[in-house]
Design a binder for this molecule. Sequence first.
Ligand code: FAD
Length: 415
Amino acid sequence: MRKYSAFAIAREAFRHHSGWQRAWRAPSLKKSYEVVIVGGGGHGLATAYYLAKNHGIRDIAVIEKGWLGGGNTGRNTTIIRSNYLQDESAAIYEKARGLYEGLSAELNYNIMFSPRGVMMLAQTEHELRGYHRINQANAIQGVATEMLTPEQVKAKVPIMEINGPRYPVLGALWQARGGTARHDAVAWGYARAASDLGVDIIQQTEVTGITQSGGQVTGVRTTRGDVACKKLGIVVAGHSGVLAEMAGFRLPIESVSLQALVSEPIKPCIDVVVMANTVHGYLSQSDKGELVIGGGADGYNNYTQRGSFHHVEETVRALIETFPIISRLKQLRQWGGIVDMTGDRSPIIGKTPLGGCFINCGWGTGGFKSIPGSGWALAATMAKGEPDGLAAPFGLARFAEGRFIDESVAAGVAH
Ligand SMILES: Cc1cc2nc3c(=O)[nH]c(=O)nc-3n(C[C@H](O)[C@H](O)[C@H](O)COP(=O)(O)OP(=O)(O)OC[C@H]3O[C@@H](n4cnc5c(N)ncnc54)[C@H](O)[C@@H]3O)c2cc1C
């Protein structure tokens, strides 16, 4: 595949952009593959890419029922950070954040990673103590974070009202190398690089069944026919429970809608990401000038992918005391995505009760930031057939063994 470069842009400018190739190949679905990945979101595509690049396995199909990134990957608010409490979480999220730093160069695709800094506001004494604890844990884990005073918060975000009557800002946990990236570019970049390594990316094809023999996976049924495979990766976020049922096991997962909205575009007014977890709201400003605003997940299980009026009201009401300027903005659009929530708010990565079938799910409200690390870890696990170091703590067995990785404070609301 031809490389993208400044020279290529100049060359194409001189020939009316007639020489660009497809970003990724459009192959027909073969009858069999060594590995099939179900789900063309960021996690599925990253898994395919690292299987091909790190482990030399190239006979792979990624099967997506819609379009690439059309699930949560293209619907999220793109916060990237690694300031989690538990060591296992910090390890995989920090691996992902580190990979994000060099991902545009690695994939030869501009994913617009913007390490502008992520600030988690402490607006109660309890929350302040919690963030001091995470800050200490991060220091031991080698994750660079620091505590900010209210005055330092105000200096970084002048539009913020820090003396609100109900929820004054008491401080903040700050990760300077956290930030954002362009969500669909992450999916497209991995797709293009994986395709270049020989991975078949098959869109508009739904997996409708999983075939097995003697406790071992043998393939998948799809809307374009049956496909045999030796190894299967289920990477479908909110639909994980549906695919698990096809494979004959159950997951400790609940699927709920998580919503977000953007305002009309305005002049640059905030150049960091701010999360206000006590009140359930967060915001950043996109390159187009829109304020990207999100809140908590729906309070009931559902498979809808649209926004609801009461959620806009709740989220904006939560933020307005701290960001009075949003009271005068118009909303441009809102949407929802189906997120897969585990009881301990940590992901599941690893083997399943069905031989040869692996799963990566449970990233819930916060799995965009982990895409590179998660793809890396699942690829290693699938290649070896055994849980890799980063993935090992996140196996399905932890729910039976009571070995939870509790991130309900660092991940239950925050993204
Ligand atoms: C509103 C919102 C805001 C969020 N904000 C953040 C944030 O700021 N930071 C952060 O880190 N995370 C955030 N997240 C979470 C993040 O988006 C997800 O954790 C992550 O994108 C999951 O990626 P994925 O590849 O696992 O799933 P997806 O991107 O959902 O991909 C799964 C794919 O599987 C496909 N699929 C499902 N069933 C089948 C089938 N039977 N056959 C074939 N294909 C199938 C779907 O069509 C889909 O494309 C947010 C999520 C939402 C909804």
